[in-house]
Design a protein. Sequence first.
Length: 218
Amino acid sequence: METGLQYDKDFADQVWKKEFLYPTTLIRIGVLKQAELRVNADYRRQRNESDGLGSNLPFAEEKGFNNVRIGTKISLFKGKGGLPKIGFIGNITLPVGNEEFRPPHAAPEGRFVFNNKISEKVEIQYNAGYRKRKEEEKYFGEAFYSASAILKLSEKLKYSVEFVGRKPKEASARNLLDTALQYKVLPNLQLDAIAGTGLTDAANDFFAGGGVTWRLPR
């Protein structure tokens, strides 16, 4: 089980847009040796606030369940030599939750994920995919992608830097850069923290979060 909190902030058109996820939760269940079942749901609160310097937009707030999804992750290739590990993640976002957040019907998503182990302390992860989503009353398709470098600082601590982005259809790319720490408290319990900033005008200005990953023993 992966659960945590996230805060996003963006300023555009004299309006502060703030978003809170508390919690964001992903449950992963091993059903086969090469595949897992994934169930996801977030509780989201979104606020729009005028900067008080000319915007006439009144205070607005929406809250409710968001990103209610069911899916799977499948291991396709375990990697060999310089060839990466390859997996596939497929999800369906269900039309449930807050009407402002949910898609009008089941929305598909698919991505390929890759992992190259450079050394005992360094690995590279990257992925790319496509999905349908709803945002501000619009339902559209978008490509998304990321690449990260992970450094093992000790047996319990890892540090990573990640470039992540998405390109909605007929809109500008939304690229961000973030950095994260992962600390393994126990063999089956991990804490993590992340913070990032937008690299393009269309991306959010800032986001931060933290969470807990707990693997239930057999």
